[in-house]
Design a protein around this ligand. Sequence first.
Ligand code: BG6
Length: 494
Amino acid sequence: MSKFPKGFLWGGATAANQYEGGYLEGGKGLNTSDVMTAGSHTVPRRITWKNEKTGETGYTGMGFGSDMTFPEGAVPAVLENTYYPSHVATDFYHHFKEDIAYMGEMGFKTFRLSMNWARIFPNGDDDQANEEGLKFYDEVFDECKKYGIEPLVTLSHYETPLQLLINYGGWKNRKLIGFFEKYAKTVFERYKGKVKYYLTFNEINIMDMAPYMGGGMMDNSDQAKAQGAHNQFVASALAVKAAHEIDPEIKVGQMLAYAPLYPYTCDPADQILQLEMSQHTLFYSDVQTGGFYPEYRLKEYERKGIVLDDTPEDYELIKNYSSDFLSFSCYGGHTLTTHKDVEGSGGNFFMGVKNPYMETNAWGWATDPACLRLACNTLYYRYRKPIWIVENGIGWSDVKEADGSVHDDYRIDYLRKNIKSMSDAINLDGVDLMGYTMWGCIDLVSAGTGEMKKRYGFVYVDMDDEGNGTLERSKKDSFEWYKKVIASDGEDLD
Ligand code: BG6
């Protein structure tokens, strides 16, 4: 039997760039996500560009090891006759009342959404915030309140106002610290009393692999990524400071992409590889939640000749205003080896090999419920700050039957095992876990592939990979199941 603490925050998670749509409505500016094309499991998403003087257009890669260059004089731009999944997405902008009503019906205690930075500051460096954008989120939070749902707001989920990339080069520029601080303060002040929980940067460690998504940068160099991360750490610390000054009730968390790493063999070389790969991730939580720059990373900077543009005050801020809690995404573990003769698997943003003990979905993502118990233990006992699972779930090509039903027993099975795993972390290991928000609670666009058919939700949205569909919502079987789980406080998982 699973037991969850009183007040456990059950809910679901989304992100504006994949869900909100309304991409130019209400005075919103362009975001970096608005110039990203759709892809698939085998075709990478790309960034489109234009040279305004010559009229020349084209596209380039967006990280994950692919080339990210474009010609002199060109800038990322929206092109005609090109489909961009973020523009309509699954249209939360016009469906928020209906969607929040579904969440209320399931008994959500919390709803994780991201604010669209360019909806509030269309160019990122504007003097005044966009009142229409602020009003939109006022209405969203008021709607949540009707159902007793506590919003959990990510300030930047894989998006940066596009003008901050074009005019400043994105997060490698220290000026972005001030722009973000202003954005965060505006939001904290405006929604004082309405929003208690915030996250600064979604999966901050994505900077290492995809600096475009993580840092709004067209620069894949180690120097730029280190500086981009540093600037985000300082910006996060300033956000914590501002939040506490504006309203001591506000809690600002870190958001980390976390996957336990399994050495494929007992070869000590595989354990060393696991250690080094873990450091790539834990560096980000050591700084943002632990409040210190770990020596293993400083040694790496020394070896690579990376020199940060920093100040002594940066480190004081990082130490004094570390995050209030640590949240993370966790979908399954990754298996690593130094051996060359092992079948590779693809999968998420991390390279890994096929683990013979795990099943995978059509996109190569492993079903691995143990990941939650492992992640909770590692992250809680490293810092002893409350933790929160803000993403977990399974992408599947759900089929809507003629009568509107969707039979997603695979999702129920996945969630049942994962919820049991986090219950073990609480009841067997004593981890202080605040909540659980299942990823993509209402169907939305996949971040990795830009597809619609990689669905995660309890609610199906009629939309296809080319942007055709009525956007009509219908409940999947998992809807009633999750409702029962929440109503029983996680005890009834049948
Ligand atoms: C996380 C991201 O990495 O994984 C989400 O924070 C994303 O934005 C989720 O959607 C699932 O990944 P994908 O590629 O299946 O959408």
